[in-house]
Design a protein around this ligand. Structure first.
Ligand SMILES: Cc1cc2nc3c(=O)[nH]c(=O)nc-3n(C[C@H](O)[C@H](O)[C@H](O)COP(=O)(O)OP(=O)(O)OC[C@H]3O[C@@H](n4cnc5c(N)ncnc54)[C@H](O)[C@@H]3O)c2cc1C
Length: 342
């Protein structure tokens, strides 16, 4: 028997997105069980609606009300599910809070996710843009995920290769993966854990704390401290973290830019391309701390756009466009937004 779906109407979304943008959903379903998704897709009236899968709303920008069905992922649960090739397999349901899950793995004595501490949002959204920070990405310890296919109504298990993870990218951000809803994610956390302190600021913080051979917990604590120092807390000031991806340019383009701007911040990639620091480009265009209406650039980090209070999604879009135009004009580099515009 299909479950009765507790669908709400004209539902406010302001508290469900970290930018704190006022927007409403025509229909809203808090999904606590995968069977509800199957029921929603089997209902012809609901299946005909535009759908938005919502996690913690920390990588979204609402530019209007959503005239369709919001599926708010609230599936809960996490467990150790097995051992495989020197790794412990841990699985969490899509609605689990990401940072809470990372802390839980550490409490189990398992390292591997500590560099990704304090990233807002849910476990189910983590694979969507292959979340990354401090020299790590989830693809490094990803094992598999279960997804519900909203077109066929089938459950699918996808391994890392099928997820096609890239820099802030995966299958799910492309048309062929857009109908997949992540229900749970499994990680393979190495029993023979080694700290990943390639990121200079993290290594420096551990040295300054006098920690030579850190535990996973100590790495997590250091990451949390750095993030709290540098990034605005969405509970206090609305934002979606980094607003632009770091642009990747060819080696030749980077050389040309370096000739004109010798202090350009760039990181060589294994394929010879160069990743530029978007925050540096924005800062050098003079945007740090500036505002346009109620939307602004965070004074401590030019890559973060903020809602100074009462901003509409359109205000943030206007600000982002102005920044993109300046960076394109000065450096010939096109910045691409990281959050999804709704
Ligand atoms: C202060 C701050 C710091 C941040 N720092 C980082 C960082 O260091 N690194 C980083 O990578 N990101 C960072 N982010 C961005 C954000 O936290 C991540 O992208 C996070 O994974 C988004 O999770 P969410 O649950 O909030 O997703 P949402 O914003 O709700 O959704 C994001 C996208 O994923 C889709 N989606 C959500 N859940 C599912 C699901 N179960 N199945 C299918 N699709 C789904 C949505 O439809 C949408 O397209 C930061 C954000 C903030 C506010």
């Amino acid at each position: 028997m299909q479950p009765i779906l507790p669908i709400l109407h004209d539902f406010p979304l302001q508290s469900l997105n970290t930018f704190g943008i006022a927007a409403r959903a025509r229909h809203y379903l808090r999904v606590t069980d995968g069977a509800q998704l199957a029921a929603a897709c089997a209902d012809p009236a609901l299946a005909a609606l535009p759908r938005l899968v919502l996690g913690g709303g920390s990588n979204l920008l609402f530019t209007r009300d959503f005239d369709g069905l919001v599926l708010h992922m609230a599936l809960a649960g996490r467990a150790i599910v097995g051992q495989l090739d020197g790794a412990t397999l841990v699985r969490a349901q899509a609605g689990e809070n990401w940072h809470g899950f990372v802390q839980w793995t550490l409490a189990q004595g398992l390292g591997g996710l500590e560099n990704l501490s304090l990233i807002p949002g849910t476990v189910g959204a983590a694979p969507i843009q292959n979340i990354g920070a401090y020299g790590a990405e989830i693809k490094d310890v990803f094992h598999s995920l279960t997804a519900f296919d909203m077109a066929s109504g089938e459950l699918r298990t996808l391994g890392a290769a099928e997820c096609r993870f890239g820099y802030r990218d995966s299958l799910f951000k492309h048309p062929e993966g857009a109908r997949l809803v992540v229900l749970d994610v499994t990680f393979a956390l190495p029993r023979d854990w080694q700290p990943n302190v390639r990121y200079a600021e993290l290594a420096q913080a551990l040295i300054e704390a006098g920690i030579g051979a850190p535990t996973p917990r100590q790495v997590s604590d250091a990451v949390v401290a750095i993030r709290q120092r540098k990034l605005p807390d969405p509970a206090v000031i609305g934002n979606a973290g980094s607003f632009f991806k770091n642009p990747v340019v060819s080696g030749e383009q980077c050389e040309r830019l370096l000739a004109a701007f010798p202090d350009l911040v760039h990181h060589r990639q294994p394929d010879g391309s160069e990743k530029l620091a978007a925050g540096w480009l924005i800062d050098r265009c003079g945007w740090k701390g500036r505002s346009m209406g109620a939307a602004g650039v965070y004074p401590k980090q030019a890559l973060v756009l903020v809602n100074n209070g009462g901003a509409r999604g359109e205000d943030v879009v206007q600000l982002a466009r102005a920044i993109q135009a300046d960076v394109a004009q000065r450096y010939g580099v096109q910045l691409e937004p990281e959050p999804v515009f709704i």
